[in-house]
Design a protein. Structure first.
Ligand code: MSP
Length: 656
């Protein structure tokens, strides 16, 4: 370990399913992990931040089939393709140190060895699986675990499953896991402990089915062809294989294992706090120090999901508001351990109040006044503290420690609240000291310089502490303060900014957003995205009721040729057709298809008409029959094609 380092720190996100593009809910956990990793680096830790993708399983196999590609091509597209997982993390400024894909060769080979080790030590055995399986969650359940006959995690239907399979002796570890959960602070928030113990351990922990034979997209059990390793075994061990466990690709296991914390969403707490430690116990491996189950980002009170058409696109939001604003919003607005309801209104309001008004104004006003009153840099000599400064100095000087206390508890919201208390105090300090009044007399110049120095120094400390949340903004603030140093030690001491600081002007850090206008534009974009998400082609549902054959035969379908076609005046729908129907007398039919065809394009075409409908009047003109067309929807929009038949078919031919 390096001399200066405080120690090492290993933090992980869940590895994401690349079954669909990621949404803001996925970004929530990754932004939180990134913020924590940056905070630890700022403190001086040697950090390993791992993220990645969990690429096996039936869901992926099914989706690839649907898309007509191989599972590998399918996941490659979502992970490395345009606007895929890697692009998203780049956009969100995620400073991961390592990215694992469970399809990486070294991981696959390691999982095979791990599976074999547990088989050899007797903790994995062969048996028969009879139970329920939730496809979307890739979870097996016993009848008794179902809630109202449905998957207890997602509430969807489960299917019956029976097959020869391998099992992990989870039951053997029930007491040790219960002890771990109840008597240590392994799992946080503590509220999740009773949920795990009461819902899963106390009713009796059953052995876990850890292999499948009904699909092939997984890590093969190398000593029993036909079986693939259960995705959760494959996935959970990523935290160790990515460091070099059972492989030669990396050599960081000794340095970084056990992990300091796994950040995960609340619905996968069961896997991380029961199954994961039990498997590590089976292999006599050290347990991670902590698992933190954060809450969900909800939309309209429900889970974000593509099927509900309510996912929020982080690309759209970052483009419109900036990545830092989005990152900030996620951690400032919702307590990390609880659910939070996302809304565009809340996002815009947070940006306007905290970033544009409080932080942005403080930085702009302070830098602008320093430049206006003193030009390039503040004067070297400044007076000492005055009573009027005491509160601001005390608050800014003690901020780092208060912030640190909250960050150590993953209480991002509280840490930010501490920073914003100081920012508000500094804005008040400007009003109290009215630099523009001081500037009126030369005599006050030293005091004016002192006031501005205090403000700039407060900005430096706040900027530095905001850097894990908003790295680009912090960099910009440092630039405006003449390249100020914002290292951890200096953030604990008021007065580290050089007295003759040379400020640099710049545009507003966060321009104010017009709420109404922005909401309307976002709504428009949402509608477009909803449309985009609609199926490419949609056909009418088939009629449920049969029509008897004789009735059908009464319909008289004929080939007709278009002699003339003109729009009907005062109607934007109707076209008037003059048709040769083979009888020698022209037939007139009106058809509501003006939106789909130019009348002149139809002249000469051979169409199909039903000719024994009773005549009816439309816009005062008679229509004797109906032209047949094919209808469907494309991306939700009605499409219509007239049935055109071979021009060699004579007018009047009966179609049967
Ligand atoms: N592949 C598993 C994790 C394996 S870890 C060994 C998985 N993947 S996931 O893509 O479905 O979810 C990844 C993470 O995103 C989970 O922690 C999940 O809780 C989180 N989120 C997905 N939607 C979310 C919200 N709407 N809000 C907050 N987090 C959410 O589970």
């Amino acid at each position: 370990m390096c001399e200066k380092c405080k120690g090492k720190y290993y933090i992980t996100t869940p590895i994401y399913y690349p079954s669909a593009k990621l949404h803001i809910g996925h970004a929530y956990c990754t932004v939180a992990t990134d913020t924590m990793a940056r905070f630890k680096r700022l403190q001086g830790y040697d950090v390993m931040f791992l993220t990645g993708t969990d690429e096996h399983g039936q869901k992926i196999e099914d989706k690839a089939k649907e898309a007509g590609v191989t599972p590998q091509q399918f996941v490659d597209n979502i992970v490395t393709g345009e606007k895929g997982v890697l692009d998203l993390w780049k956009l969100m400024n995620i400073s991961y140190d390592r990215f694992i894909r469970t399809t990486d060769d070294y991981h696959v080979a390691a999982i095979q060895k791990i599976f074999k080790k547990m088989y050899d030590n007797g903790d994995i055995y062969k048996g028969k699986y009879v139970g329920k399986y939730c496809k979307p969650c890739e979870s097996f359940w016993t009848e008794s675990q179902l809630v109202d006959g449905k998957c207890p995690d997602c509430g969807r239907e489960c299917v019956d499953a029976e097959e020869e399979a391998y099992f992990f002796r989870l039951s053997k570890y029930a007491d040790r896991v219960q002890d771990l959960l109840e008597n240590t602070d392994f799992l946080e928030p503590r509220s999740r402990v009773s949920e795990m113990v009461n819902n899963f351990i106390k009713p009796g922990l059953e052995d876990l089915c850890v292999s499948r034979t009904s699909f092939t997209w997984g890590v093969p059990v190398d000593f029993d062809p036909g079986h693939v390793v259960y995705v959760w075994i494959d996935a959970l061990f990523n935290y160790m294989t990515a460091l070099g466990f059972e492989n030669d690709k990396y050599d960081d296991l000794e340095k970084f294992w056990p992990a300091d914390v796994h950040f995960i969403g609340k619905e996968i707490v069961r896997f991380h706090s029961i199954i994961w430690p039990a498997m590590l116990m089976s292999l006599n491996l050290p347990l991670p120090k902590k698992v933190f189950g954060h809450g969900w980002l909800l939309l309209d009170g429900g889970k974000m999901s593509k099927s509900k058409g309510n996912v929020v696109d982080p690309y759209v939001l970052s483009e419109r508001f900036g990545v830092d604003a989005l990152r900030f919003f996620l951690l400032r607005t919702f307590p990390f351990g609880s659910d939070g309801n996302f809304s565009n209104e809340l996002l815009i309001n947070t940006i306007n109040v905290d970033l544009a008004n409080d932080l942005g104004n403080l930085v702009s006003r302070t830098v602008a006044m320093a430049q206006k009153y003193f030009g390039a840099s503040l004067p070297q000599v400044q007076q000492g503290d005055e009573d009027k400064d005491a509160e601001l100095l005390a608050m800014a000087g003690s901020l780092r420690d208060k912030y640190e206390e909250q960050m150590e508890k993953y209480a991002f919201q509280n840490a930010l609240a501490e920073v914003f208390k100081v920012i508000s105090r500094a804005n008040k300090y400007i009003d109290e000291n009215a630099p523009w009044v001081l500037a009126k007399s030369e005599e006050n110049s030293p005091r004016l310089a002192r006031v501005l120095y205090n403000l700039l120094e407060t900005v430096r400390i706040c900027g530095g502490l905001l850097s894990p949340f908003m790295p680009q903004t912090a960099e910009e603030i440092a630039k405006r303060l003449g390249g100020a140093v914002m290292d951890w030690d200096s953030l604990a001491v008021f007065g580290k900014l050089p007295a003759d600081v040379a400020t640099v002007a710049g545009p507003a850090l966060f321009p104010r957003i017009d709420m109404e206008k922005e909401l309307a534009e976002l709504e428009k974009l949402r509608q477009e995205a909803m449309k985009e998400a609609l199926p490419a082609v949609e056909i009418e549902p088939y009629a449920q009721e049969n029509v008897d054959f004789d009735t059908f035969c009464k319909s008289d379908f004929r080939a007709v040729k278009v002699k003339a076609c003109v729009p009907v005046k005062k109607s934007d729908k109707l076209l008037q057709f003059t048709l040769d129907d083979g009888t020698g007398t022209d037939r007139q039919i009106l058809s509501g298809i003006a939106k789909y065809y130019k009348p002149e394009d139809l002249v000469g075409k051979t169409l199909v008409a039903i000719v024994n409908l009773p005549p009816r009047k439309m816009m005062g003109r008679e229509s004797c029959g109906m032209l047949l067309s094919a209808v469907h929807k494309e991306k939700g929009e009605e499409k219509l094609n007239l049935i055109m038949i071979d021009d060699s078919i004579p007018a009047g031919s009966k179609l049967c």
